[in-house]
Design a protein around this ligand. Structure first.
Ligand code: ZN
Length: 91
């Protein structure tokens, strides 16, 4: 999958001195309405039905906009290397 946004976002974020792991799955679960939202493209802004939590950034970066702390990050991150995708389970 060739996606220019992915590369650009990674460069910008590294230039700012932040190490960003590759986003395998960009998602969050709202604990107020119970809806899980998934952002699949860099400009795919998704909001849960009650408006408490939003995710954005797709596989390029994980952006969160939220009103309360009542949500859970269900994203999957991995190391960005050329030999394949290795998923790290943070739990
Ligand atoms: Zn909600």
């Amino acid at each position: 999958m060739t996606d220019g946004y992915d590369e650009d976002a990674g460069r910008v974020l590294r230039g700012m001195g932040t190490v960003v792991p590759r986003v395998i799955r960009n998602s969050a679960m709202c604990l107020l309405c119970g809806e899980e939202i998934v952002s699949v493209h860099p400009h795919d802004f998704r909001m849960c039905r009650c408006g408490n939590i939003s995710v954005d950034g797709g596989h390029a970066y994980a952006r969160r906009v939220f009103r309360t702390q009542h949500w859970e990050d269900t994203s999957v991150y991995g190391r960005g290397d050329n030999s394949g995708i290795s998923v790290e389970d943070g739990r």
